[in-house]
Design a protein around this ligand. Structure first.
Ligand SMILES: NC(=O)C1=CN([C@@H]2O[C@H](COP(=O)(O)OP(=O)(O)OC[C@H]3O[C@@H](n4cnc5c(N)ncnc54)[C@H](O)[C@@H]3O)[C@@H](O)[C@H]2O)C=CC1
Ligand SMILES: O=C([O-])CC(=O)C(=O)O
Length: 309
């Protein structure tokens, strides 16, 4: 399997590293616009292989998309990260141009690839890749839900003093402050979380999750990369190994949840066909209202993108 990661910055290089050491793909191409950066990071990851015992080959290139030809999956992480005080939406103008030009190059050399967008603002950059690539919705998707649920699960594991492995959760909506963690679909070793934690504590964890990206931006002056890079690699793994994993993924909704033509995070089945199924949950009135609020926000940012194109 051949996987390309565009953007050799914090998230892209982490993703390539996880893909390599977990041997998710045997050939990993790292691309960046900055001369030498992708070559250097790919070489560093390759030189780690005798230590960590893997044989996936990582190769870096500066803007040479011919080397990405016939990739099975392409992860797009190129673009600016936010700084303290910024929202993800503030990145739209710069990142839309980057995602558009990168998608054109990717599709030229790998017309059959499945594309995973990571660049922010996530839902709207997924929309940008979709309109540029003109690919069906099952092959163009955005990574956010695995990361957002991972934050939620990690906070819960800490509060309950249990292993994060045993916490399962669903989260829906856009990748922003309007995201919707769903306590009714959160379990701890099969036990509904509501039986194990007070409502006040759970509400505080939900609020922390919604602003989880911003918490890290404030701490580091730039955004997170270990969990985001690993989350993107987990999506690649589900596709290349045809695992049929159930994850929250950003996808174009076409009538599901009564929503049309909007890119939102929803639970899906991820396998070799990309998004093989959108799972429709029977949301209650309160959950529906929260998802609708998120939909409206994403739609507003999609309208900004329409003006840029
Ligand atoms: N979806 C999500 O959950 C997450 C999204 N992000 C987003 O991912 C993006 C990348 O974040 P970081 O890796 O931290 O940033 P970074 O600044 O470390 O890396 C971005 C890389 O993209 C490269 N780049 C810029 N234009 C390019 C082009 N036209 N072609 C190829 N490469 C190009 C830059 O040279 C840089 O190396 C940001 O937009 C960030 O907001 C970050 C974390 C989570
Ligand atoms: O917060 C950011 O800007 C990056 C991101 O999307 C995240 O870490 O959730």
């Amino acid at each position: 399997m051949k996987v390309t990661v565009v953007g050799a910055g914090n998230v892209g290089a982490t993703c390539a590293d996880v893909l390599a050491y977990r041997e998710i793909a045997n050939e990993i191409i790292l691309v960046d616009i900055k001369e030498g950066l992708a070559e250097g990071k790919a070489l560093d990851i390759w030189q780690k292989s005798p230590i960590n015992l893997y044989d996936s080959r990582t190769i870096g290139v500066t803007n040479d998309y011919s080397k990405t030809a016939n990739s099975d999956v392409v992860v797009i992480t190129s673009g600016l990260p936010r700084k303290p005080g910024m929202s993800r939406d503030d990145l739209i103008e710069t990142n839309a141009g980057i995602v558009k030009s990168v998608t054109e190059q990717v599709i030229k050399y790998s017309p059959e690839a499945t594309i995973i967008i990571v660049s922010n603002p996530l839902d709207v950059m997924t929309y940008q890749a979709h309109i540029t690539s003109k690919m069906p919705r099952n092959k163009v998707m955005g990574m956010a839900g695995i990361l957002d649920t991972a934050r939620y699960r990690a906070f819960l594991a800490e509060a309950l003093n249990v292993s994060p492995k045993d916490i399962q959760a669903v989260l829906m909506g856009g990748h922003g402050d309007t995201m919707v963690p769903l306590p009714r679909y959160t379990t701890v070793g099969g036990i509904p979380v509501t039986e194990l934690i007070d409502k006040d504590k759970l509400d505080a964890i939900i609020e922390r999750t919604k602003f989880g990206g911003g918490e890290l931006v404030k701490l580091m002056g730039t955004s997170a990369w270990y969990a985001p890079g690993s989350a993107a690699a987990q999506m690649v793994e589900a596709i290349v190994r045809d695992q049929k994993r159930v994850f929250p993924v950003c996808v174009k909704l076409e009538g599901e949840y009564g929503i049309d033509d909007c890119y939102l995070g929803v639970p899906v089945i991820l396998g070799k066909g990309g998004i093989e199924k959108v799972i429709e949950l029977d949301l209650n009135a309160e959950e529906k209202a929260l998802v609708e609020n998120s939909r409206q926000h994403v739609k507003e940012v999609m309208a900004v993108l329409d003006k840029l194109n």
